[in-house]
Design a protein around this ligand. Sequence first.
Ligand code: ATP
Ligand code: MN
Length: 463
Amino acid sequence: MRPSVKELLGVDAAGQEVIVKGWVRTKRQTKSAAFVEVNDGSCMANIQCVFDAETAGKPEIASTLEKVSTGASVSVEGTLVPSPAAGQKAELRATGLQVIGEAPPDAYPLQKKAHSLEFLREIAHLRPRTNTFGAVARVRNRMAFAVHQFFQERGFSYIHTPIITASDAEGAGAMFQVTTLDLEKVASSGAVDYGYDFFGKPAFLTVSGQLNVETYCQALGRVYTFGPTFRAENSNTTRHLSEFWMIEPEVAFAGIEDNIDLARDFIHYLVQTALRDCAEDLAFFDARIQPGLIESLKSVASGSFSRMTYTEAVAELEKHKGVFEFKPYWGCDLQSEHEKFLTEKVVGGPLVVTDYPKDIKAFYMKQNDDEKTVAAMDVLVPRFGEIIGGSEREWRLPLLQKRIADMGLNLDSYWWYLDLRRFGSTPHAGFGLGFERLLLYVTGMTNIRDVIPFPRAPKLADF
Ligand code: ATP
Ligand code: MN
């Protein structure tokens, strides 16, 4: 394959004959030369293609140069030479030029000036051609691979859990319904008969792969899922998407402390990988998006995570009641403002909060002996709060049955989940890491809609 710009910029430039293909970022023409900056997405840096006066003056090149504008795709032939300019190792001394696809300047929306992230959201099909979104895409790619590397290196099996589920038993949030019923007909008939629906009963998009992955955990021991999940909550925040990717490991014969260690090692691994392998993109985020990003990532790359129980966290928050919109009290769900306060003002870094009140957590979490709290562990980070939510699971059949009944859920629909506790039950634990929250954390971007290629949110499903 033809070398990418990244590869060309990585070798010693010694007059190699090469062809560069990519999209023009800028063109500058002076009397003595023409400069075309080409980016091919392989890295943040462009390769500068220099046409000296003689070359630029050749009729076929001069007329082609006229068609070169920001956004056009081009093929440039030339020799790779050391660059006299600071900040770049090599440049291309161009000898040939072809415009493959023009991008008329009066119509192409991405001109040289910086565009707002809001504007770029409206052209999600073109935004990957900007520095910011190119960098986000490369970091996202590297982090996805690192997720698999981390678990594969530790003997975890990747399990594909279903996306369509007919049990509305997952309990993690409002669900999107999946149906092949003709809604217009249903409306005019005045009644729904699910017997005619595709699965013969109501079906939904999954909000979490956890319940399914627990079945494989109880056979393979160490497992994880990494797939899309869907939540129909009407939460229009910078931290929530209606469709997001979640990583959910689950480990047999493990307790909450093992779970916390795994979560910390996982974050360490991901941050270290980003610092090592995405240095150029992180330098851009540090300079343009989130000053201090690299420094703060370095400090979490191997540091310990602070710990607090929920009860201690609330006691801490109650000392500062006045600063919150939502007054904290024991039993309340921690709000993002509380989580940010704890991580930013109280501990100054990642914080693991454990032992939440059972009434604000899911039915499957292991009940503590105090009968008020469960063995939950959330990992909170500065800037947006919760990045991981996890727990030890209730593995004792009678306690799980009682909890399901007490919460008013239908025991019958959990028959297979309860079977895991009937046959060879084990203490086990796991967590969910929102992949886009991780990307917010690593890139310093502030809106979750900017770290997924095509965001889905209430009233937003374009492209
Ligand atoms: P939050 O309280 O922040 O809304 P949650 O407690 O509802 O999140 P969990 O059910 O614990 O979330 O899901 C596990 C992880 O998935 C969260 O820690 C978070 O990283 C991520 N996550 C949850 N909901 C969303 C969402 N709507 N968009 C993006 N990521 C999400
Ligand atoms: Mn949670």
